[in-house]
Write a protein that binds this ligand. Structure first.
Ligand SMILES: *[C@@H]1O[C@H](CO)[C@@H](O)[C@H](O)[C@H]1NC(C)=O
Ligand SMILES: *[C@@H]1O[C@H](CO)[C@@H](O)[C@H](O)[C@H]1NC(C)=O
Ligand SMILES: *[C@@H]1O[C@H](CO)[C@@H](O)[C@H](O)[C@H]1NC(C)=O
Length: 641
């Protein structure tokens, strides 16, 4: 039953997809097809954590209506725990403060949301938001609250429960499946049972009756929390209400493209990352994720409902903010530099992420407002296609390096011995950080000491590290042995600080014939460092050599080529790309634009952030000095020569 339905859905999807391709290409010729892009709006979490009040919320909504609605920002969303009393002992993980109705459904805390008192729920707030010409959204958690479970409230619309009477909260609660990051407050419900389905339906009927237009559903997606049963049930419950609602998923931790593929027809948007705050590390970590979701074809996948689904990179933590989980409102400014802020909005545009502003709009300044209302940024975000990080020659290949450095500097590499998978095999020598992608594109964690014709050591997922296990288990010390080209061992007599050549090209430089010399014997310390036993302070490290030069490209529906240079490095860098190659790769992948021709294209365009017109691009090489953590964005129009 389930599988035949899935097949049917796939056919329908393919049909819708083909229609869209036709419509988009028609639109390119006629210039009259408008695509509804990813949702835009404001969310209360980054500035107010969970403690926002009605006044603060409506003040932000009014400013959005005044300053941002004309740029397509339309959803105002109350983030989590609107039903929790802000008592002195209450925190974002504390049970016992949540307000529910007689059917076990959360209701807004009237101390913070006075208009909602008397059983009116969020209806009066939604009415005010709608009167501003905006749409109203709420955050909800997984399953059922433990407040309902401990009160064993009845389920609305579900008679004939297991005990003969109505179904109750305890009949449907799966206490063995709590939300991993708020386990005391929310648990899953059994969506296979009549009572469980009825409960979910009763929640969404209520949200629809309040006038909710957007639901951000948390703790059901991503590693640790994925609950496909509940996501499916909620997706159906929303359709059953007859009210259009954006269905958005938020994970506790990381999600993967394969998880995206499980939900892309069930939801409108889903978080591809953990929470994004205003640090460079958070922002930098979005580059690989955005690249991978784009490469998996997940941007704007058509849904059966006729809408599309969007991988979401999270809110924009700009302007005035608070801290995660804090009970204090906005009290500090974003820590992102102006260059980093530009980088963030540019990546969010190129990856077509939903744009949800996170700062307190009451304090938005002109610079921030210009960033999030830049018309080219918004065009790319709502109607570009072919969006991808592009491979630039050899620069994309991040080749890890094995090095000998001082132990004080080597703390970024943590080594571990992994047990062999089968008896008789040797254990592996692996590291737990940093994460390294090998040339085959796999996550590599372990050293591979396999015999090969060339003197080499390579990185592998879990190949045997010959000798390590045996020797280590007897003595607690290890040789780092390369079996190739005779027995060679890593020798700490080489200069520390001198970085070895690439793994692929490791020659005998760091290696000497194996012996029992102390300089070849390494000790795994309790801190996970591999320290030389004879040269104290010399350690073995892995330098992941992250590729810091990232280039994204996309097409506009009027034939433009968009190109973004991002410099993730610590120094300004001269970045460049050949327009010829760029255009060919885009046309090859997306079949439109300039016809294949042997002549180099000639392009004119605009440097978007400096607002400068570019007349001609010398030698067909687009290049720029890009500041550290900064970006360049171009909108180009090209013709064949
Ligand atoms: C969920 O409900 C179904 C139908 O009532 C039942 O067969 C199943 O055992 C329940 N699952 C759990 C985990 O309780
Ligand atoms: C940057 O690199 C490009 C391409 O290699 C080169 O043409 C250009 O002169 C360089 N720019 C600067 C300022 O060095
Ligand atoms: C960009 O430059 C054009 C003229 O080339 C000007 O009309 C426009 O107002 C400028 N935009 C901004 C945001 O400065």
């Amino acid at each position: 039953m389930a599988s035949s339905r899935i097949k049917h859905n796939k056919q329908l999807l393919l049909y819708i997809f083909l229609c869209r391709v036709l419509m988009i290409s028609w639109g390119l010729d006629q210039g009259s097809f408008t695509i509804t892009g990813p949702p835009r709006g404001w969310n209360s979490y980054d500035a107010f954590s969970w403690i926002i009040t009605e006044d603060e919320f409506l003040a932000n909504a009014q400013i959005m209506a005044d300053k941002l609605k004309s740029s397509g920002y339309e959803y105002v969303v109350v983030d989590f725990l609107w039903y929790r009393r802000v008592a002195p002992e209450a925190s974002f993980t504390s049970p016992g403060f949540d307000l529910i109705d007689e059917w076990g459904r959360p209701v807004p805390d009237p101390a913070r949301w006075p208009s909602t008192a008397g059983g009116k729920g969020f209806a009066p707030i939604a009415t005010k938001v709608h009167a501003m010409g905006l749409k109203f959204g709420i955050h909800v958690m997984r399953g059922i609250s433990t407040a309902a479970v401990s009160n064993n409230t009845p389920i609305l619309g579900a008679n004939g429960g297991p005990e003969g009477g109505p179904w109750t909260a305890q009949d449907i609660a799966l206490t063995s499946r709590p939300c991993s990051w708020m386990p005391e407050c929310f648990v899953s419900v059994n969506t296979s049972s009549k009572g469980g389905k009825a409960f979910i339906n009763s929640l969404y009927q209520q949200y629809a009756s309040w006038g909710v237009d957007f639901v951000k559903h948390d703790c059901v997606f991503g590693e640790d929390d994925l609950s496909l049963d509940e996501i499916t049930t909620v997706s159906e419950a929303i359709v059953n209400t007859g009210r259009p609602m954006v269905y958005s998923l938020s994970p506790g931790v990381l999600a993967t493209p394969s998880m995206g593929k499980l939900v892309d027809n069930l939801v409108d948007m889903y978080r591809a990352t953990g929470d994004d705050w205003d640090t460079w590390n958070d922002l930098e970590s979005h580059f690989d994720v955005a690249r991978d979701f784009a490469a998996a074809g997940l941007i704007g996948v058509p849904r059966l409902q006729g809408s599309q689904s969007w991988p979401n990179l999270d809110m924009l933590p700009l302007g005035r903010l608070t801290n995660p989980g804090s009970k204090q409102g906005p009290h500090r400014s974003t820590r992102l530099t102006p260059d980093e802020q530009k980088t963030q909005i540019t990546l969010w545009a190129m990856a077509r992420s939903p744009l949800m502003y996170g700062g307190d709009l009451r304090d938005i300044d002109q610079a921030t407002l210009s960033l999030i209302t830049n018309t080219v940024i918004l065009d790319i975000n709502s109607k570009s296609f072919g969006n991808a990080e592009i491979v630039q020659g050899s620069s994309i290949e991040a080749v890890p390096v094995l090095s000998l450095i001082s132990c004080e500097q080597a703390t970024d590499t943590k080594w571990v011995i992994r047990n062999a998978e089968s008896a008789g095999a040797n254990d592996y020598l692996c590291w737990s950080v940093p994460e390294v992608i090998n040339r085959a594109g796999e996550l590599a964690h372990c050293l591979d000491w396999t015999v090969s014709s060339k003197p080499s050591i390579s990185l592998n997922k879990k190949r045997r590290a010959t000798e390590v296990g045996e020797h280590f288990s007897q003595t607690g010390f290890l040789h780092l042995w390369s079996a190739s080209g005779g027995s060679m061992c890593l020798d700490s007599l080489h200069d520390p600080q001198r970085v070895a050549p690439n793994f692929d090209k490791i020659t005998t430089k760091l290696f000497s014939s194996c012996s029992n010399q102390g300089s070849q014997i390494w000790k795994l310390t309790s801190e996970g460092q591999l320290e030389s036993t004879s040269n104290s302070g010399v350690c073995v490290a892995i330098d992941a050599q992250v590729n810091t030069a990232r280039i994204w490209a996309a097409r506009g529906i009027e034939g433009q080529y968009y190109v973004a240079f991002f410099n993730l490095g610590l120094e300004a860098s001269n970045m460049s790309t050949s327009l010829d190659k760029l255009i060919r790769s885009q046309n090859l992948a997306h079949g439109r634009g300039l016809s294949a021709s042997t002549a180099a294209p000639s392009c004119t365009g605009k440097d978007v952030w400096s607002n400068q017109t570019m007349v001609g691009i010398p030698n067909g090489i687009l290049s720029a000095i890009v500041p550290s953590h900064g970006c360049k964005l171009y909108s180009l129009t090209c013709v064949s020569n």
